[in-house]
Design a protein around this ligand. Structure first.
Ligand SMILES: Nc1ncnc2c1ncn2[C@@H]1O[C@H](COP(=O)(O)OP(=O)(O)OP(=O)(O)O)[C@@H](O)[C@H]1O
Ligand SMILES: [Mg+2]
Length: 390
């Protein structure tokens, strides 16, 4: 019975219930003991019964064989033979109880403690040089392994937690810094704009001002990514055409790749016009993937974007024939700040994954060095599917 149940009862009743509770507990212990006892009796019965029956049969034969004996002598012989049979059975029971039942009961008790989470247990009969000793050694080894695994898991958990805290603090710091830099940057951009406008058309300083504007735009882009990573918005999910979202991202990517011999092919899917998603966020995911694909291609290349239906999900597949990702780098690419590019922030994919996961979707990658990479973004078709997924 639960302690708080008793709290609601009047005093006498509480006492009664408590004693009933302890009676029940005692009953449970007694039942467990009876169970243990019955195991013991079963053990002894099963092992001793055939021996006892054999001895009984022998005794019968003995009785028949001694028919010709005279009575006081015959009586004495039969008593000695009977006592011998009983002694053999008793010794057998004792031997079984001591060498078999005792370790089994200990094992059962230790297994129950392991089941309750106590991994500091070990059995005492592991030194025996027989099968039961072997069983004990295996049990102790198993518990030892379990304890080591649990300690390892706890250690990893602690490391992860402190790392998460560390990243959270860093994220806060970075977000605060990004926020503080953005305001003066906007001021600088405005001043540069005015200076650029006031310069004569033939002034060589115009090119410099243009470069400064490009650099400011790049810094602004980095700060925006950083802020979104550190302080993400919940997706504003609406039913809209997934083809339009993807097409918009492809258009922007084509503009970015204008000066390069890169073809970007889009295969739309007319069935996916009513997909519940945050079009701005998914657009951002695709743009990140497409920019990565463009940056991975040296010289001529081709990027394909396919939109498919896969069961209850929509899949957007972005493939490129760029340099590919070495297998040892693959586990890192979704980590924040992981980049192999001189001017990258390493936030693109981590942001993309966060957005996709907030849509209850998945983002997966396969890649072959020298051949190219394939990113698959899977999104549930509808909120019903999203709820079922969660
Ligand atoms: N399509 C791809 N082909 C080859 N490598 C890729 C591809 N996409 C991502 N990567 C690798 O994954 C890394 C992380 O990508 P991510 O988009 O997160 O950051 P980034 O592109 O380096 O920087 P940012 O996106 O902030 O400009 C890249 O630096 C690159 O090494
Ligand atoms: Mg990127």
């Amino acid at each position: 019975m639960k302690a708080n149940d008793a709290d609601h009862l009047p005093d006498g009743e509480t006492a009664g219930k408590e004693s009933a509770g302890s009676d029940a507990a005692a009953g449970e212990i007694a039942a467990a003991e009876t169970k243990l006892g019955s195991i013991g009796v079963n053990w002894q019965l099963k092992a001793v019964a055939p021996v006892a029956l054999t001895l009984l049969a022998g005794l019968m034969l003995f009785v028949l064989a001694t028919v010709s004996f005279r009575d006081p002598e015959r009586h004495a012989v039969l008593v000695v033979a009977g006592a011998g049979a009983i002694a053999i059975c008793a010794v057998l029971i004792f031997v079984l109880a001591w060498f078999v039942q005792r370790p089994m009961v200990e094992l059962q008790e230790k297994i129950a403690r392991v089941g309750g989470g106590d991994l500091g247990v070990s059995v005492s009969f592991d030194k025996r040089k027989d099968e039961i000793g072997e069983l004990g050694r295996n049990f102790n080894h198993m518990v030892d392994q379990l304890r080591q695994s649990r300690e390892e898991i706890e250690r990893l958990h602690r490391t992860q937690m402190s790392r998460a805290e560390h990243f959270a603090t860093l994220g806060e710091l970075a977000a605060g810094l990004a926020h503080e830099i953005r305001n003066p940057l906007a001021g600088i951009a405005g001043v540069v704009e005015i200076i650029g406008r006031d310069l004569p058309a033939t002034s060589p300083a115009r090119a410099v001002v243009k470069d400064v504007r490009v650099e400011i735009a790049q810094i602004n882009h980095i700060l925006t990514d950083l802020l979104q990573t550190a302080r993400p918005h919940a997706p504003a999910i609406r039913r809209s055409d997934l083809n339009t979202t993807v097409e918009h991202a492809v258009m922007l990517a084509r503009q970015q790749a204008l000066s390069k011999p890169i073809e970007i092919a889009l295969k739309k899917n007319p069935a996916l016009t009513e997909i519940e998603h945050d079009s701005d966020q998914i657009h951002q995911v695709l743009l990140n993937l497409l920019l990565n694909a463009i940056q991975a291609i040296e010289g001529t290349g081709r990027i394909t974007v396919d939109i498919e239906t896969r069961g209850q999900s929509a899949a957007i597949i972005v493939s490129d024939n760029g340099r590919g990702i070495p297998p040892e780098h693959l586990p890192n690419i979704f980590r924040p700040f992981y980049t192999t590019k001189g001017n990258g922030t390493g936030l693109g994919l981590s942001l993309a994954r966060r957005i996709v996961e907030e849509h209850h979707g998945r983002i997966e990658v396969t890649s072959t060095v020298g051949k190219g990479s394939k990113f698959v973004v899977t999104l549930p078709l509808a909120r019903v599917a999203i709820q079922t997924a969660s």
